[in-house]
Design a protein around this ligand. Structure first.
Ligand code: PGA
Ligand code: ZN
Length: 434
């Protein structure tokens, strides 16, 4: 349908659905004048940064206080009234309207879960109205870059009852030539890691994001098992398949003190840095997320000076997808890569602004899922549409994770000969910070 009003928002509706931990979350639907429909579900974190946008939960006795009826009501009431008649394909104006309507610095009134559901559903409706896939709607004909997948093999930290301190033991495939090949290689490593755990009598299912349950006596044992799994899968560690970690240090570190529960060790910032430097010398590690806590910008900067030329230093809890925090960190030389999680901010536009600020500062980026996920695949389209170059969605198991890997496979196939793969070059290393 042609005409100026084809993408005008005519219908907004939210409902409560359930995430991969069996917890309530928000789904929104947006429909335009032309009948184009978009739908999106919001995810939820467990090891959250304190400066993230606020997700509205009901409290009270139902569902452990985690119900989202208030957020659903915000969408069906105030938000629906405010965005009705706006153009679904003017994302910036739509998101600005949500920000102004909320009128707090962190979506505390409407809830980032309410605003993001609408922000994402509107993008889907706009893409549908234009008759193109979301990644193409977002990025145009240049959106041809398939991301390097960061795939969890062992879970840990807050996602595995703190069985080990480190949260994510992951692999990336710098030697792969396509997204499909990286996924195929990862499948082999993940399978061999499972067999290795079984041979040790240490198979106890999987953690929140699908990584094997980390039955180890030290954090380093997990690194050894990961290298062994890469070798058993017949890949060259470092060259073909390398290691990425999410230390998620805010979970066990505060005010410069870090308590490794598994090893009964207390370290200061420099102790943590030394430990990680040693691991990087010993194991083929190419990326480390949140090596220090969110309140340790100084330690982050020292860590980046020590390792930033060799290793991708990723800020998640440190940066919470905020353009303001990104600029502050860049001024200090802290981190060289940003993790982008739309629900840390509550709109697509603010998340994109953070990515633009990151690019301006010479940072690399990784679009990331949360530990509480669903079948929603919006983030895959963001990674390709914004040309971010890396994607982290958890392990190589569980439907909510596989839905994302499989969506990226479809996009790569659809792009055909135009598809480019991020490859080794994308792993952010910023010599300027070294
Ligand atoms: P979360 O963890 O989704 O539980 O916050 C993911 C991460 O730290 O990257
Ligand atoms: Zn993280």
């Amino acid at each position: 349908m042609k005409g100026v009003n084809a993408t005008e928002i005519r219908f907004v509706h939210a409902r409560r659905v359930w995430d991969s931990r069996g917890r309530p979350t928000v789904e929104a639907e947006v429909r335009t004048t032309s009948g184009a429909t978009g739908r999106a579900i919001v995810p939820a974190g467990a090891s959250k940064g304190t400066r993230e946008a606020i997700e509205l939960r009901d409290g009270g006795p139902a569902h452990g206080g985690l119900d989202v009826q208030r957020a659903v009501a915000q969408v069906n009431g105030e938000i629906a009234r405010a965005v009705m008649g706006m153009a679904a394909d003017d994302q910036a104006a739509l998101d600005e309207c949500l920000i102004e309507l909320d009128a707090t610095p962190n979506k505390a009134r409407l809830g980032a879960n309410a605003t993001l559901a609408v922000s994402m559903a509107a993008a889907h409706a706009a893409a549908a109205a234009h008759g193109v896939p979301l990644y193409q709607y977002l990025g145009g004909p240049d959106a041809t870059l398939l991301p390097m997948p960061q795939v969890q093999v062992f879970g840990g930290g807050a996602h595995a009852g703190r069985r080990v301190d480190i949260q994510d033991f992951m692999v990336v495939c710098p030697g792969a030539k396509s997204f499909a090949q990286a996924i195929e290689w990862t499948a082999e490593v993940y399978r061999h890691a499972g067999a290795l755990m079984q041979a040790r009598g240490a198979t106890f299912g999987v953690a929140d994001e699908g990584g094997w349950w980390p039955v180890f006596n030290t954090n380093e044992q997990a690194l050894e098992a990961l290298v062994a799994s890469i070798e058993r899968a017949r890949f060259v560690p470092g060259d073909q398949v390398a290691i990425a970690l999410d230390v998620a240090a805010s979970e066990f570190g505060k005010a410069g003190r870090y308590t490794l529960g598994l090893e009964r060790r207390d370290l200061d910032s420099d102790g943590m840095i030394e430990l990680l430097v040693r691991w990087c010398e010993k194991y083929p590690i190419v990326s480390i997320e949140d090596p220090l806590a969110e309140d340790d910008l100084d330690g982050f900067a020292r860590f980046t000076r020590a390792l930033g030329a060799k290793v991708q230093v990723v800020g998640d809890d440190l940066l919470v997808s905020s353009p303001t925090l990104l600029r502050q960190a860049a001024a200090e030389g802290a981190a060289n890569t940003v993790l982008l999680k739309p629900n840390q901010r509550g709109t697509l536009s603010e998340t994109l602004q953070c990515w633009q600020a990151a690019r301006g500062a010479g940072y690399a980026g990784i679009v990331s899922a949360r530990s509480g996920e669903t079948e929603d695949t919006t983030i895959v389209h963001l990674a390709v549409g914004w040309g971010v170059g890396q994607l982290k969605v958890g392990a190589f198991a569980r439907g909510e994770r596989m839905a994302k890997w499989n969506e990226a496979l479809r996009i790569e196939e659809r792009l055909g000969a135009r598809a480019r793969f991020a490859g080794a070059a994308v792993l952010g290393r910023n010599p300027a910070h070294a």
